[in-house]
Design a protein around this ligand. Sequence first.
Ligand code: ZN
Length: 278
Amino acid sequence: MSEKLWLGCGVLLAVGTLCFVGLPVESQSTEQAVEDEESVEHVVAEAEPVCREQSPNEFLIRRNYLPRRGMSREERVQAQENFRRSVRFRTENYGYFEGFGQRAWNSRTPQDYGERVRVFGLPVRLNERIIPAVRCAEAEVARSCGDIPYTPVRLSGLRDRNTYHSHEVSNHVYGIALDIDPHLNTCCGCTARWREHPLCQRQVNSIYERMAMPECWVRAFEKYGFYWLGHDTLRDTMHFEFLADPNRIHLTPEEVAERAEAEATLEAEQTEAEDTSP
Ligand SMILES: [Zn+2]
């Protein structure tokens, strides 16, 4: 079911509730009221979830936990604290990866959370906890990015080894990172080989010109809590990582009902304004 349809159900729910409240109590039998409530619950249970727009957590963004040359002592301490927090958050939510954090924080490993799915029609393994967010981004791409068609041919997700050689830990080992067409979307700051790539060599006005994927895809992923590593010094344009809250990917049924009610009120006000205008 589409988001629109689900919102329609929400509107129904809100209107239904208003109608019920508006009727004199004695005009409705208890059985009828129970029936109404059940059908409302049925609608809620059947409806597809609504995606919540989210921003990444600041402490999970690479540039905020990576020590850099020229940092003050305070900045360095803050970066270390962010890194410690990021490892704990990732471990608690996505599993314990050997060498980072403590096993006591989560008895499962990221591999235990691994789920094989198809995204944009392609097979990939990801942490099960972020798959709903990937679906939100995928739907947004389908909705908003039709003007510049792009069909990925290769994806890369969960990995069993850390691809960073420093003290860092890749979000691929947690299964929360997704690479789209790693052979077409450049990572000019990653390796010497990438730096020689024609898309890394040429003069450009923006980073979006260093990849095959349309910028619209970046916007679609960013809307639902993914951080794009094209913004990072690595200039890793193939790479998205989910850095928002995995417990808040969808709106709660109460929030959906509230939103629908607010929209219905606004619509009623607009209709009233139109009716009274000369
Ligand atoms: Zn990646």
